[in-house]
Design a protein around this ligand. Structure first.
Ligand code: ADP
Ligand code: ASP
Ligand code: MG
Length: 413
């Protein structure tokens, strides 16, 4: 008997039929003698609908009130799944985040999980009940409802698995595993049987939204056995999905590049003609950090005549706020010549632990992009990834040609 945490995403919970299908799948696992905790997302489209509704009423809704509202999608699906399981003759009980006590900090709309009280859940599991928990939501120390950021049900699932010391956490979604790139963009993308934790962390942080990055961080920190699988496979035809592994050398032959990730959610800001002296980077980015805006890539150009240009990227949704801070606070203060912005960029990245032992990956990447006439605006690298910022209109082309050039297409398998 194992303790298994399963998470079902929005598409998997997207209609009454699909919810009944999820219930059948859960029932099959239960019938094998396992203890089951099931974390669910809202029905697909529901969280978007709720956010749009809030913004229709108030252009910049208050974070606390937004969380009260957007957490409701998951409150609906937990109860629906519990009903469907009861109709199959199983004992089932639903819990909201605050009923479990998924304790988070108070950063509304992107709260972090601090602690999970597993007592209620353990009691129910011991009584043979399937426990269903609302993903994406928690509660802060003052009892306020919080949410964990878009895609946050993945993190709820993995955090619960860690807290309950589950044997495995299974993330059920609408694809049958982690692919070499988003199969919606490149139909030739190949499913990976396994991916190392480090690579998955990079892929998720660089835009592969198949797993929310914090869920991967949790899996790494608490060594949760994590698998991504499809909720749409027929009974008897289920595959094993993709296992996130912790052993670097587990693959017989390590591919140099495991995947191509991309992110459209970026915008670039450049502060032109700032004095080339100590403290300038701090003055620019300090103001941005104070406004709680995440900065991703940073470039400072070589100085000329005592001045230099300073560029960085931020999430696209924060572009206007960041530009205003630069225009009004930073630029006059540091004596910049101008502030420029570009919302139409994207980031494309090649990820692979094999890069460590194979030089020449960056030059190959730059050559492949040059051959397509794609201009690289920014570059950043780490031990196992190379990212470039390019014009958004080249996103699909860049991903496709890199995918092919690094032998990731299905035909190459
Ligand atoms: P869920 O609602 O189940 O959480 P998501 O839409 O959040 O599902 O994540 C699944 C989607 O992630 C897939 O439909 C796919 O388009 C996208 N995706 C992006 N990158 C990848 C990748 N490398 N491998 C698999 N899926 C990916
Ligand atoms: N329902 C939330 C969202 O759409 C959380 C999730 O699906 O993981 O972002
Ligand atoms: Mg998701």
């Amino acid at each position: 008997m194992a303790l298994i945490v399963q998470k079902y995403g929005g598409t998997s919970m997207g209609s009454p039929d699909r919810i009944r299908n999820v219930a059948k799948r859960v029932a099959r696992w239960k019938a094998q003698g396992h203890q089951l905790v099931v974390v669910v997302s809202a029905m697909s489209g529901e969280t978007n609908r709720l956010i749009a509704l809030a913004k229709d009423v108030s252009p910049q809704p208050d974070g606390r009130e937004l969380d009260v509202m957007i957490s409701t999608g998951e409150q609906v699906t937990i109860a629906l799944l519990a009903m469907a399981l009861m109709d199959l003759g199983l004992k089932a009980k639903s819990y909201t985040g605050s009923q479990v006590k998924v304790l988070t900090d108070s950063t509304f709309t992107k709260a972090r999980i601090l602690d999970i009280d597993g007592d209620n859940i353990r009691r129910d599991l011991d009584a043979g009940t399937v426990v269903i928990v609302a993903g994406f939501q928690g509660v802060d120390a003052d009892g306020n409802i919080t949410t964990l950021g878009r895609g946050g049900s993945d993190t709820s699932g993995v955090a619960l698995a860690a807290a309950l010391k589950a044997d495995e956490c299974q993330i059920y979604t609408d694809v049958d595993g982690v692919y070499t790139t988003d199969p919606r963009i490149v139909p030739e993308a190949r499913k990976l049987d396994s991916i190392t934790f480090e690579e998955m962390l990079e892929m998720a942080s660089l835009g592969s939204k198949v797993l929310q990055i914090r869920s991967v961080e949790f899996a790494g920190k608490y060594k949760v056995k994590l698998r991504v699988l499809s909720s749409f496979e027929e009974e008897g035809k289920e595959t094993m999905g993709t296992l996130i592994t912790f052993e670097e050398d587990s693959k017989m032959e390590q591919a140099i590049i495991s995947g191509i990730a991309f992110n459209r959610d970026e915008a670039k800001l450049t502060v032109l003609g700032v004095p080339d002296r100590p403290g300038i980077a701090y003055q620019i980015l300090g103001a941005i950090a104070e406004a709680n805006i995440d900065v991703d890539m940073i470039i400072q150009n070589v100085g000329h005549d005592g001045t230099t240009d300073f560029s960085f990227t931020v999430p696209r949704g924060e572009f206007d706020r960041a530009k205003k801070i630069l225009d009004e606070q930073v630029s006059p203060h540091v004596g910049a010549r101008a502030v420029e912005g570009d919302k139409h960029i994207c980031k494309v990245s090649a990820v692979g632990v094999g890069m460590r032992s194979h030089p020449g990956v960056a030059s190959k990447m730059f050559r492949v992009l040059a051959e397509e006439g794609i201009n690289i605006q920014m570059i950043s690298t780490s031990e196992i990834k190379i990212s470039v910022v390019v014009d958004e209109k080249y996103l699909e082309l860049a991903v496709r040609v890199l995918h092919k050039a690094f032998d990731l297409d299905q035909a190459a398998a």
